[in-house]
Design a protein. Sequence first.
Length: 152
Amino acid sequence: MDRLSRGQLTGATKGRDLARHVEHIAQNVFLDVECWRAWDKAQIRDRQERWRLAASSRPAQSLDRLFLRIYTLRNQVLPGAANALEDDELTIFDLESCFATGRIIQRQRDRKTRESKYLVQGRGTDESEIVTVAKIGPTGKLIIVTVYTIDQ
């Protein structure tokens, strides 16, 4: 952050990487006011303990980021996912509801590209159980890979 404020950016943080670099810094739990309030309420003073507790709250923060991208229309539905939506008679509102009511049930990391994929399970607008496979693309958009309903 200090290098950023002084304008000393290396080749790794120039251009498109700058946005990713700033987002990474902004996601630091020690900059999150709500984390500090929770730590103060629980009277946690040890830095390592704070870091450990913050790591356990990360999935919720990730789900919030995913929901924000779908809610603000910063998303792209791949053709296979669009077909799955049509086959299961789902809409973009069902996807939004899935991210709003759901939880991340699994994370997968691609070994080659190092991209993370998230499996999010939640409820659609008609209360049906939906699982969505999504990832954040290189432009920062949420990419919906596939969607399916769970028969009950």
